[in-house]
Design a protein around this ligand. Structure first.
Ligand code: NAD
Length: 369
């Protein structure tokens, strides 16, 4: 694709930084391919209904442990997944996992506000870390996580499942390899009209645990889509935030809208919301439009390019993701989704928040790393 030299240099530098640095110090044991053991930390909806079932089908990684603050879940999980007593931890005794040779990876699946604490404790216990999106509340938290992993000689990867989805992989390729010319504009939205914020959804609208509500929880997918379509980093952002149900959204805004601007003036607009529906990733290419809609679910993607409709089989995203992540560890290869990528996305999201708060354009300046 066409990319101006500054944009290209910035993107290449960022890509190198995001792809290489955590691996330079990757642990130098584990000679041949083998099956890695994984412990899920946080046994809520995503662990119970997506990750644990997906781990029944993975080849290179198996569910061998759990970390939970809910004692009533322990017998259920132990029986369902044959987890021995010695591989069950709570949040107080979890650091003892350092002595457990059966666990190689800890997968952090708690509310966002707790990711940094648990990822750092897991790394200090010598375990490779997979962290759910969005990475952590602040860029500084992300840096502490990255440094903890480096210091411990373990890897830190994000749970960005769409990097194993054929619809998204094809979209990335088409946006970037020039077959449809350069992109002219990008649009991405991820929003749901949520009416029940009780139970498990409560933390999503709390500032401590959910940080900025929909923008963090689901908006991170729109930002990801914008960046992997653009193939370069933005220089500035303008944004607005809006709340139509103030009785529910007392700590975080209901909706954010933003426009990323790139060095050559091209733009990518974005939306995330708990009040409005919208699930798309679109790019206007020189040779016509391409689109994924719906775009970010565990399946059900539909899409087209100027060449016609996309025709892929839907895949078990989380199974491919965790197998891919385990293989990267086993082969000591660069992750497609390193912690640096998670930090880059938080940097962009914090810029969106700053622009919405000030009402002025926010200049990104140098990206971290
Ligand atoms: P959930 O509320 O269902 O589960 C959260 C778990 O964390 C619960 O088991 C809860 O007991 C535990 N927890 C520990 N300390 C807690 C505390 N102080 N307050 C509240 N809960 C606490 O949420 P979820 O939907 O399973 O989301 C968990 C993580 O997974 C989040 O980071 C979320 O963004 C991510 N997620 C990712 C995807 C994806 O598509 N990759 C999808 C859903 C959720």
């Amino acid at each position: 694709m066409l990319m101006n030299p500054i944009g290209r240099r910035r993107f290449l530098a960022a890509s190198l930084a995001t792809s290489l640095s955590p691996w330079i110090s990757a642990r130098a044991d584990d000679a041949g391919p083998r099956v890695l053991g994984l412990a899920l930390l946080g046994l809520g909806d995503y662990s119970a209904n997506q990750l644990a079932p997906a781990l029944m089908k993975t080849k290179h990684v198996k569910l061998r442990g759990i970390v939970t603050g809910s004692p009533e879940k322990i017998p259920v999980w132990q029986e369902k997944y044959q987890i021995p007593d010695g591989n069950v931890y709570n949040y107080e005794n979890f650091d003892r996992i350092v002595d457990n040779k059966e666990i190689d990876i800890v997968y952090i699946v708690t509310p966002t506000g707790l990711h940094a604490e648990y990822a750092i404790r897991a790394a200090k216990a010598g375990k490779h870390v997979i962290c759910e999106k969005p990475m952590a509340p602040t860029v500084e938290d992300c840096t502490r996580m990255i440094e903890a992993a480096k210091a411990a000689g373990v890897t830190l990867q994000m749970g960005y499942r769409l990097h194993w989805d054929p619809f998204h992989l094809h979209f990335m390729e088409c946006a970037r390899d020039g077959r449809f010319g350069a992109w002219k504009s990008i649009s991405a939205a991820n929003g749901y009209r949520v009416t029940n914020f009780g139970g498990n959804n409560r933390w999503r609208i709390s500032r401590d645990l959910g940080v900025a509500g929909a923008l963090y929880d689901v908006g991170v997918y729109a930002v990801q889509g914008q960046l992997y379509t653009a193939g370069q980093l933005p220089v500035r952002v303008t944004a607005t935030r809006n709340t139509e149900r103030p009785e529910i959204f007392t700590e975080v805004p209901e909706t954010y809208e933003w426009v990323l601007e790139f060095a050559d003036g091209r733009k990518a607009d974005g939306m995330s919301s708990y009040g409005r529906n919208g699930h798309w990733l679109r790019a206007e290419m020189e040779k016509g439009p391409m689109e994924l809609a719906p775009s970010y679910g565990y399946g059900g993607q539909k899409g087209f390019t100027p060449a016609g409709p996309m025709d892929f089989q839907h895949v078990p995203q989380q199974t491919l993701q965790m197998d891919g992540q385990a293989l990267a560890i086993l082969k000591k290869e660069a992750s497609k989704v390193p912690g640096e990528m998670g930090r880059r996305d938080i940097f962009v999201i914090r810029g969106i928040m700053a622009a919405a708060e000030s009402g002025k354009a926010h200049e990104f300046g140098s990206f971290p790393g």
